[in-house]
Design a protein. Structure first.
Ligand SMILES: [Zn+2]
Ligand SMILES: [Zn+2]
Ligand SMILES: [Zn+2]
Length: 297
């Protein structure tokens, strides 16, 4: 037997236990069907695992009632407890078994939504696949997580590739009165970042939002380059801030260094942590090529 390829069978049961089911471990799904029939029959979407009908084994089959839900399909439910068990095409080799019959520890996620055009508006279809950066930001903005001592949000970094050490750092925060103002601040921020990247003395910016509070940490090679960049779109934004009723509170500042420490990179060959402040490219211990030296910020 190929024990490495055989996946353990999925074992499930209805609410009262009269009907049991064995499904192949490699059954497809979970698939979520949002069609009007499933809404009626399940009270919301139908979460199902899909397999060949011949590969699914039922126990207590005498308790299953098959109901012709459409000309092409029938639905099975437990006659004793009413649990919805499965859907199967009248002509066809497949069967869709309710994911609800299996233990809550089922190692599955929704991998596909079908019939979303018939989905009612009172719920969102389960998200499928890995989260994109855009979705992450949208989620962090829509539902920021608040703790007693910490607020969570998102951050982003835009860098120029400038390898020189910063001599000035701009630290700012700004609070929006509401979500609409926050979008307006973000639009300004995007325009500012475009200007910054065009300025040779710009090193990088880390910026983000926690709830309605935005922040920036921007590193510059010198103050002149910062002033040049801030003279562009940023000046327009400042005029809106002071000329209109826009933003709840704001603080800006520019810092110079008390101390700039060495920059360290781990040699991937020998594991030595190398001081690369002088931008040398080979490990001093084993002379292997070092990973590229990161920017100071
Ligand atoms: Zn039952
Ligand atoms: Zn359906
Ligand atoms: Zn080394």
């Amino acid at each position: 037997m190929g024990e490495s390829v055989t996946t353990a069978a999925l074992v499930g049961a209805c609410h009262c236990g009269a009907v049991g089911v064995h499904m192949p471990g490699e059954s497809a799904g979970v698939v979520a069907c949002h069609c009007a029939d499933c809404q009626k029959l399940h009270g919301n979407f139908f979460a199902m695992l899909v397999a060949d009908r011949a590969a699914v084994r039922w126990t207590g089959e005498e308790h299953i009632e098959w109901y012709r839900s459409s000309p092409a399909n029938e639905r099975g439910f437990c006659r004793r407890c009413g649990s919805r068990l499965a859907k199967r095409p009248v002509e066809g080799a497949k069967i869709m078994v309710s994911a609800g019959l299996f233990d809550a520890s089922l190692e599955r996620r929704v991998v596909k939504n079908v019939w979303t055009e018939q989905k009612p508006r009172w719920y969102d279809a389960p998200r499928v696949g890995p989260i994109s950066p855009e979705e992450f930001v949208a989620l962090a903005l829509a539902e920021p997580i608040r703790g007693p001592t910490a607020d969570y949000g998102y951050a982003m970094r835009a860098a120029s590739g400038n390898p020189r050490p910063p001599s000035v750092i701009a630290l700012t925060w700004i609070t929006a009165a509401d979500a609409g103002e926050r979008e307006r601040i973000r639009a300004h921020s995007r325009a500012n970042v475009k200007d910054f990247v065009d300025e040779p003395g710009f090193i990088s910016i880390v910026t983000g939002f926690t709830g309605l509070r935005g922040f920036t940490v921007t590193a510059w090679e010198d103050e002149d380059s910062m002033k040049r960049a801030l003279g562009k779109h940023h000046a327009t934004a400042m005029r809106e801030l002071f000329g209109e009723r826009f933003v709840a509170s704001v603080w800006t500042s520019v810092w110079s260094a008390t101390r700039v420490n060495r920059l360290w990179v781990r040699c991937t060959a020998c594991g030595s942590l190398e001081d690369v402040s002088d931008d040398h490219r080979n490990c001093a211990k084993c002379s292997a090529a070092l990973p590229p030296r990161p920017a100071y910020w």
